[in-house]
Design a protein around this ligand. Structure first.
Ligand SMILES: Nc1ncnc2c1ncn2[C@@H]1O[C@H](COP(=O)(O)OP(=O)(O)OP(=O)(O)O)[C@@H](O)[C@H]1O
Ligand SMILES: [Mg+2]
Length: 348
């Protein structure tokens, strides 16, 4: 049984976990920085980097302790090496390098997005390659074909905001706390999703991309108009977002099916995949297309180190490791061959 220590520090969660090749999470700890960033309604990079630097080393010690292990008991050390807020990524990667050097264990530099992309395989041993992956997080909204470890082909991406960003901005407009996604979902339960007419950007377009900036602006106008309750705005926003995701994903899945078969599952990962309404709609879409729907349990969707340890394990099993001089990368697309799409500020 191989065991990997995983470290995650790309955004505002400081996390460590130990995962074994039997898909057991032997220990995991997450220190959230929500309190530090809440007054600003979003993550402040400098505050995040300092918080990671303070917390990471004791957190790793406590995680090993929880598992009743020392560094001698792990086979390799995996850490997020990008993409993300570079200060935080550097804290995690440099810590992993130091531990790898001190313990003479291999270092595995993980693309955070690959962590999300492979996390469903940690939760579901029956999920085989290839699969269609909807990656919906704070920084990304993409539909990819996952053919294997390190083999990703992007079919759709957002031309402006990520879906998690749209949830967070809606939360901010409605005066809800940070992070906003779970709070918008909760408030939406009390609202009428038909109350506010909101746009569905790009819906009906034959091009398989996503767009959420116009939806966010419409939420702001609805709030400023003063005639709707916050719960109605939240519910209407969530419904519009869901319809955008489903319509765009359907087009992307069609393009994917046209480009070669073999896909048996639609998989959702990333923080927004924790949203129950979205999960339900994706399940229906999967059924419509004759696919199985797979999504990891919510705690594995939002940032965590178990997914980094698991991605490390998948790489380790194929004999991969990285040199100690590997650099942290603020940007690191899963599919570097993907063509750029129109729109400014496109992420990966
Ligand atoms: N229940 C939910 N409904 C909607 N959105 C949610 C829910 N739970 C979390 N989110 C959103 O998920 C995002 C966080 O996800 P995640 O931690 O994967 O993103 P990230 O790491 O910041 O971005 P990336 O992975 O792209 O670098 C936030 O935008 C948050 O609001
Ligand atoms: Mg993430």
């Amino acid at each position: 049984m191989r065991r990997i220590l995983g470290i995650e520090s790309s955004c505002d969660e400081t996390a460590a976990a130990i995962v074994d090749s039997g898909r057991h999470i032997l220990a995991q700890r997450i220190a959230s920085q929500d309190e530090e960033h809440r007054p600003y309604g979003g993550v402040v990079p400098e505050i995040a980097a300092r918080a990671h630097a303070e917390r990471l080393t004791p957190l790793i010690g406590a995680t090993l302790n929880d598992a009743g292990m020392t560094l001698d008991d792990v086979d390799a050390i995996a850490a997020t090496a990008g993409p993300g807020l570079i200060g935080g990524v550097m804290v995690g990667l440099v810590t992993a390098k130091a531990l790898a050097m001190a313990s003479d264990k291999p270092l595995i530099a993980i693309n955070h997005l690959e962590g999300h992309a492979l996390s469903p395989r940690l939760a579901d041993p029956t999920l085989a390659f290839p699969y269609a992956l909807l990656l919906v997080s704070g920084g990304h909204c993409q539909l990819l074909r996952v053919d294997g470890v390190g083999r990703y082909r992007r079919f759709a991406t957002t031309i402006d905001d990520a879906l998690g960003e749209a949830f967070d901005k809606t939360a901010k407009i409605l005066g809800l706390g940070y992070p906003g996604g779970p709070q918008v979902e909760k408030l939406a339960l009390e609202g009428n999703a038909e109350a506010v007419r909101l746009p569905r950007p790009l819906v009906g377009s034959g091009e398989p991309h996503f767009s959420f900036a116009g939806l966010k602006s419409a939420v702001l106008r609805a709030k400023e108009g003063g005639q709707f309750t916050d719960a109605d705005i939240a519910a209407s926003f969530q419904k519009a977002a869901r319809e955008c995701v489903i319509d765009r994903s359907r087009i992307a899945l069609e393009a994917m099916e046209d480009s070669g078969g073999g896909i048996t599952a639609l998989v959702a990962a990333g923080g927004v995949a924790a949203n129950a309404v979205l999960r339900g709609a994706l399940e229906e879409l999967a059924e419509e297309r004759g696919l199985r729907f797979v999504a990891p349990p919510s705690p594995l969707c939002t940032d965590n180190a178990a997914m980094i340890a698991w991605a490390g394990l998948e790489r380790f099993e194929t004999g991969q490791s990285d040199p100690l001089d590997i650099s942290a990368r603020p940007r690191w697309p899963l599919d570097p061959e993907a063509e750029p799409v129109r729109g400014a500020g496109v992420k990966a």
